[in-house]
Ligand binder design. Structure first.
Ligand code: EPU
Length: 419
């Protein structure tokens, strides 16, 4: 078993660079499966979700060359075979292969996706969109089969009852090679959706409106070669900014697109966090007294659910009481008992997290129950007096590129040990 061990209480300083966005790249790689030529991605983060996606692409017949942060993918040899079940099961974003296989072959046999346990995470809206585009869904043992009669999806008009990132991107991926025009209404507006549309358009797709709540896709027959820079990870950026405010004595977080973080920065401003917004970085000063705030997560451009857990340790430093409500995943509260184990005055009532501060945390053995809970525990461990041991660290390594190296460079006493 591997653990992250932190000896906390040390003030950190220096510069930390944000990597390419996990939630973009996990869609970009499956989207490239549609290409009729070689596609290159730059700024690919060193996270285990990327390792898994590359493995799936190779098993399907793609040729992939990875050099540092650059990925060259030649998907021309991809075969129409069932997707490897075990791998699919290990990460949620594998559902993007449904869209790309359907788009390329008009059919797909796939396992059901896995991912972090944040409560129920259905994929009914993905399937509803595929069905509206002419695919029939059936189940064969552990696998799901998606198939069109004509061998090609057709364009249609789709309205999503819930704003969903995954189903918006998946429909977009499926529609780029469909026959005719697809319109997605009540589409999600996250920056990762624009990133995927940019890649596809540069390959020759005809997508308009990504980043608004109506996206229109005119199907094309051919998608060619391109080279694409993955956008910076706004969630990783927010995680480091919160960490810097909690334990930094002057930290510059670089490769940040401020426009993607406005609601998050606004909340930190409300807390009294002192920072300077620079051209593509944010300098976070050493903080004095912080004010408590109430946070409600919402679809973009609202406060991101993925930043709710990473910001919680910082909230614990504020003087007074505040609350946090996750309206996207109301069961995303597994970090709360772990923080309480470290001495935090924090609890959940129903799906509301309530905290009272300020808190001095104490190192303890804790468990990362999911990716962002893990990020919260790393920050908490750095804030705490004494030694924190975090188990289940595979969740953290799925989404934070070189996290140990990045924190060590800031002066953190952090390591991974094998037991
Ligand atoms: N939903 C449905 N049916 C569907 C799809 C979604 O009911 O078919 C519901 C979900 O249960 C949820 C809401 O709609 O309540 C929004 O879910 P969404 O589809 O937007 O989530 P996702 O696409 O599965 C992505 C990110 C998550 C992030 C959410 C924020 C990826 C690979 N994952 O998930 O990222 O929390 O959007 O909406 O892009 C993370 O990075 O830690 C993470 C979990």
């Amino acid at each position: 078993m591997r653990k992250i061990v932190i000896n906390g209480g040390k003030p950190l300083t220096g510069e930390v660079a944000v990597s390419g966005a996990k939630n973009s790249v996990v869609a970009l790689i499956p989207a490239i499966l549609l290409a009729d030529d070689i596609v290159i991605l730059d700024g690919v983060p060193a996270i285990s979700d990327v390792d898994s996606l590359i493995e799936i692409m190779e098993i399907m017949g793609a040729r992939v060359i990875r050099e540092g942060e650059t990925l060259e993918i030649d998907p021309r040899g991809v075969k129409n075979i069932p997707m490897p079940y075990g791998k699919i099961n290990s990460l949620r974003a594998s559902y993007y292969f449904y869209g790309s296989l359907l788009g390329r072959f008009g059919e797909a046999t796939v396992g059901l996706p896995g991912g972090c346990d944040l409560g129920p995470r259905p994929i009914d809206l993905h399937l509803k969109a595929f069905e509206a585009m002419g695919a029939k869904v059936s189940y064969e043992g552990d696998n799901m089969r998606l198939a069109t009669e004509s061998g090609q999806l057709h364009g249609t008009h789709i309205y999503f009852d819930i704003v969903t990132v995954g189903a918006t991107i998946n429909t977009m991926i499926a529609a780029v090679k469909a026959k005719g025009k697809t319109v997605i209404e009540n589409a999600a507006r996250e920056p990762e959706i624009i990133d995927v549309a940019t890649l596809l358009n540069n390959m020759g797709a005809r997508i308009r409106g990504a980043g608004t709540d109506v996206i229109t896709i005119e199907g094309v027959d051919y998608l060619g070669s391109t080279r694409h820079q993955v956008i910076p990870d706004r969630i990783e950026a927010g995680s480091y900014i919160a960490l810097a405010a909690a334990v930094g004595k002057g930290i510059r977080v670089t490769n940040v697109l401020y426009e993607h973080l406005e609601s998050f920065i606004a909340k930190l401003d409300e807390m009294g966090v002192r920072m300077t917004i620079e051209e593509d970085s944010i300098f976070v000063e050493k903080q004095e007294a912080l004010k408590p705030v109430n946070i409600r997560t919402a679809p973009y451009p609202g406060f991101a659910t993925d930043l709710q857990q990473p910001v919680t340790p910082l909230l614990l430093k504020a003087e007074g009481r505040g609350n946090l409500v996750d309206t996207i995943y109301e069961k995303r509260v597994n970090h709360v008992p772990e923080l309480a184990r470290m001495g935090a005055n924090i609890k959940t009532i129903g799906s509301t997290i309530i905290y009272d501060g300020p808190n001095q945390l104490t190192g303890a053995p804790v468990k990362a129950t999911d990716l962002r809970a893990g990020a919260a525990l790393v920050t908490a461990g750095l804030m705490a007096k004494g030694r924190t041991e975090i188990t289940n660290i595979e969740f953290i390594l799925r989404g934070y590129s070189n996290i140990i190296e990045k924190l060590r460079a800031l002066g953190a006493d952090i390591d991974i040990i094998e037991e």
